[in-house]
Design a protein around this ligand. Structure first.
Ligand code: GLU
Length: 420
């Protein structure tokens, strides 16, 4: 069967519909949740190195602020669309709720290939975008963070721009998270999303009665999320047999030296031509067909489609990316009894540690790396347990159970505030 839609916003609306139906919730609630509260479209003039001005289009979407301020990353990618940012903002709401964070969801995006910009152009764009969204963000309003194509340096420029515009001489750290450690960042934030993907895979292995140390792993996507997911799954004892990025797939039956591969990508920008300890290079699509127990899609949306799904041999999928599995592909996986840790749980580690960063910024008191990872693990393992228990009780899958919990949790503040 081919995909009915690859539009992530239509996909998340379908997921909300299923969650509301499973809870016997009203149409009113579905309609309230199926559209974001606010969509801001901005156009950003950027001075380029050749003195010309180039105008970029961007968005900031705030899905729902009933539980608290909104929270979510900023994506710089050429394939960004308004519907994609709306979907990502909506997923953020459910993600925050299932790990028990006092936030609603938001997301930002700019249509740009950041790899084609010089450092100065990237700074100009980051400052321009921060300025454009300044009227609707704030530490108690909406708190952005990094996502695909942005990082701590981008957050640092944005903090500086926002502080100049709104700070009147003060440095306002708590309005962005994912900052460099030296600028109010949080130890363990850089590692957090990948670390979460790894511990969720470990929890899934436990309920499937599999010995993690005997498992083979494939990680699709080797950016911030995929590389740390691979590193921590290796640290937990599993063997990483394949990693891939947008250029190629690296396979090594004997196990990939993840730290070595991470160092290589820092220098070379990709895995292309990576050769070490007998690893071989294949086209990037080869990641789907490698023999493994855990498959972790850690790149972009719609990686596991009705075509690629048939190649996957894993028993567990831990979704590091947002929206990596289409509904048709998911149906196929569930029929084959493959255990899926859904994106809104598996990749919630990033926003969980962003929350810890925000708390530390507001209190001016900072935790150690170990304290941060311990707090992250407690929150994520407890979310996994409640979702798993509900999935058993309702005889449903982990994604539907996750939506049921999140929708129930969101319905409460909505009713208390009189929106329903
Ligand atoms: N961009 C990340 C996500 O999709 C992190 C968001 C945040 O830290 O606010 O979950």
């Amino acid at each position: 069967m081919l995909e009915k839609t690859l539009n992530p916003f239509e996909i998340v609306q379908k997921q909300i519909r299923q969650g509301c139906d499973a809870l016997g919730e009203s149409d009113e609630l579905y309609h309230l949740l199926s559209e974001p509260e606010r969509v801001l479209e901005v156009s950003i003039p950027v001075k380029m190195d050749d003195s010309t001005t180039k105008t970029f289009v961007g968005y900031r979407v705030q899905h729902n602020d009933a539980p608290g301020p909104t929270k979510g990353g900023i994506r710089f990618h050429p394939a960004v669309t308004k519907d994609e940012v709306k979907a990502l903002a909506t997923w953020m709401t459910f993600k925050c709720l299932i790990v028990g964070l006092p936030y609603g969801g938001a997301k930002g995006g700019v249509i740009v290939d950041p790899k084609l910009l010089s450092l100065r152009e990237l700074e100009n764009l980051s400052r321009g975008y921060a300025k454009a969204i300044t009227p609707i963000i704030g530490e108690k309003r909406d708190i952005p963070a990094p996502d695909v194509g942005t990082d701590g340096q981008v957050m640092a420029w944005m903090v500086d721009e926002y502080s100049q515009l709104r700070g009147v001489g003060q440095t306002l750290l708590a309005v962005f998270t994912g900052k460099p450690i030296e600028l109010g960042g949080c130890l363990g934030r850089k590692e957090a999303t990948g670390y979460g993907v790894a511990i969720m895979a470990r929890e899934a292995a436990k309920v499937k009665n599999l010995d993690f140390e005997k498992l083979k792993v494939v990680v699709q996507g080797f950016g911030n999320v995929g590389s740390y997911a691979a590193k921590y799954m290796h640290q937990l004892g599993a063997k990483i047999v394949a990693i891939s990025d947008s250029t190629c797939c690296i396979v090594n039956e004997a196990g990939i030296d993840v730290i070595h591969a991470m160092k290589y990508t820092i220098i070379n920008n990709s895995l292309k031509d990576y050769q070490y300890n007998g690893s071989i290079e294949l086209p990037r699509e080869a990641a789907f067909e490698q023999d493994c127990d855990i498959f972790a899609p850690c790149a972009l949306e719609n990686a596991i489609t009705s075509e690629t799904v048939k190649l996957i041999k894993a028993k567990i999928i831990s979704e590091g990316a947002n929206g990596p599995t289409t509904p048709e592909a998911e149906k196929y996986l569930l029929e084959k009894d493959i255990f899926i840790v859904p994106d809104i749980l598996a990749n919630a580690g990033g926003v969980t540690v962003s929350y810890l960063e925000w708390v530390q910024n507001l209190y001016h008191y900072y935790w150690t790396f170990e304290e941060v990872q311990e707090k992250q693990e407690i929150k994520m393992v407890s979310a996994f347990k409640s979702i798993y228990e509900l999935s058993l009780e309702k005889e449903t899958d982990m994604r539907k159970a996750a939506y049921m919990i999140a929708i129930q949790r969101l319905a409460k503040p909505l009713r208390l505030r009189g929106w329903l």
